[in-house]
Design a protein around this ligand. Structure first.
Ligand SMILES: [Cu+2]
Length: 480
């Protein structure tokens, strides 16, 4: 997994004044090893690459022919350091002076070899390949890209990298083949840090003028690309070239149609559009603003998803569904075929602990419910089923330490129960077969209802019990 560092700073969170920005501040990209078997990041096989203090942003991995390579955008190659309050140009102006920023091109497979050969420094316990090593080993190259880019998106065949510069009305398409030829030809200048900069004209395949504020690009199965246009509030459909040129009737690298969305689209997703075999049919526009699209229910407006039917050629795209979402801007969405999901309907066995993915040793069987006291420790073993808890009375003393085991013994699909003791801030959801244990000190005396928080049957309100906490004995109170 590849992670751009975004804003530059001295590596390892060291201090350095902004006057030493060029020398001491650095960008970086981190390559996290993902262990598929464990479903976890393996930090022992992860490393970073030191980069100039440009702001490395989004990345996309190569695939098929470009497998083993990674492409990352950057902005603020001007190395502006802000300080509007001191009379300096604000970041937004200082970082937008140049016509181009740098596409960062990494040979990550080679970087992994260099890392495994021990050619790195360790900064705060994390391995970092230096710029110098990355250049010497042929891991890192730059190419100019239109100013203030955001999305870099590799085409389904892995042969092209599409970059959208927010302040340029075009998308720029790089050819992986041309990048390789330019690298082999070693015809380059270098940036201030000695990194090869491949000439744009040598590596560019095409530029397509789409409109204002292009951000991100996704793909369908008919050789079309779809780019979000932030300022136009539109989705642009355009044609891919290369091997895709036979899939559609239009000229390659041509704008075919634009469909308006409401309002200001940011990210965009297509059905399996990031893969080597996109599904086509649908695109979702992830809109950053909703403005007057929905009823005003207060200053925080919803954001907005719009589903676009793209299952037809030419300019017949249609917005077919409009959905407000009550959260901040989602930054990535993947649309995958539902038949790829194969979730459990209920947990595999009664007493299942979802955290250990096994039957809990404290799982409670029907007929074996009990309350066990051991000094000040009280363990409750409880079953949960429509529509009662067993036991329905749990009586303890103030100051007891309570370990409460709950097993939902349901085997019916969707038969979820809740368990709540609000005064003790306890609130569980127990899916069919699930086991949970909660542990707390019963420091507040009184009578507390515990009850189910899922409407599980006509007698759901009757699914309750009493948790009785007797005040500490009068003798104990006198002793205080
Ligand atoms: Cu219930």
């Amino acid at each position: 997994m590849v992670e751009g560092g975004q804003y530059s700073a001295p590596l390892g969170w060291d201090y350095a004044p902004l006057s030493e920005y060029n020398e001491k501040y650095r960008g970086h990209v981190t390559f996290w090893k993902f262990d598929r078997e464990q479903g976890r990041i393996d930090q022992s096989l992860s490393f970073a690459i030191e980069l100039p203090p440009y702001w490395q942003d989004l990345c996309d991995a190569g695939k098929l022919v470009s497998d083993g390579w990674v492409f990352c955008n950057s902005l603020n190659t001007e190395r502006a350091t802000g300080g509007v309050e001191k009379g300096n140009p604000p970041f937004e102006a200082g970082a937008s002076q140049n016509d181009t920023d740098y596409l960062h091109i990494f040979n990550w497979k080679k970087a992994e070899e260099v890392f495994k050969a021990g050619k790195f420094e360790t900064i705060k316990d994390f391995p970092v390949i230096s710029i110098k090593t990355a250049v010497e080993e042929g891991i890192l190259f730059l190419a100019p890209e239109p100013k203030s880019p955001h999305g870099v998106d590799v085409t389904p065949d892995g042969k092209f990298m599409v970059v959208a510069g927010k302040l340029d009305p075009h998308v720029t398409i790089y050819s992986f083949d041309k990048l390789q030829k330019a690298i082999e030809a070693k015809k380059w200048e270098t940036d201030d840090y000695g990194i090869p900069v491949l000439p744009l004209d040598d590596v560019k395949e095409a530029q397509v003028e789409l409109g204002l504020g292009p951000l991100h690009t996704v793909y369908d199965n008919q050789g079309y690309a779809y780019t979000s246009l932030f300022l136009d509030s539109a989705v642009a459909r355009w044609t891919l070239g290369g091997d895709f040129a036979d899939k559609h009737p239009e000229e390659p690298w041509t704008l075919v149609a634009k469909i308006p969305v409401q309002y200001n689209i940011g990210h965009i997703t297509a059905a399996e559009g990031d893969t080597v075999s996109p599904d086509g049919k649908y695109v979702v526009a992830l809109n950053k603003w909703a403005i007057d699209r929905f009823q005003n229910v207060g200053p925080l407006l919803p954001q907005n998803f719009q589903l676009i039917d793209i299952d037809n050629t030419g300019d017949n795209m249609q917005v077919i569904y409009d959905m407000p979402i009550g959260m901040g801007e989602p930054h990535y969405v993947q649309m995958i075929k539902a038949d790829k999901l194969n979730p459990w309907e209920v947990y595999p066995e009664i007493g299942w602990d979802p955290e250990t993915q096994s039957i809990s040793p404290n799982a409670v069987k029907p007929g074996e419910e009990k309350v066990v006291r051991n000094g000040k420790n009280v363990e409750v073993f409880m079953t949960v089923v429509r529509s009662h808890y067993t036991p329905e009375h749990v009586e303890i003393e103030q100051g007891d330490h309570v370990i409460w085991h709950l097993t939902n013994i349901e085997r019916a699909y969707d038969a979820t129960h809740g368990f709540s003791i609000p005064a003790y801030n306890i609130n569980l959801s127990l899916e069919p077969g699930e086991h949970q244990t909660v542990e707390f000190d019963a420091d507040v005396p009184g009578v507390f209802s515990y009850y189910c928080t899922e409407f599980c049957s006509a007698l759901h309100l009757e699914m309750t019990g009493y948790f009785l906490v007797k005040p500490s004995g009068s003798q104990a109170s006198l002793n205080k």
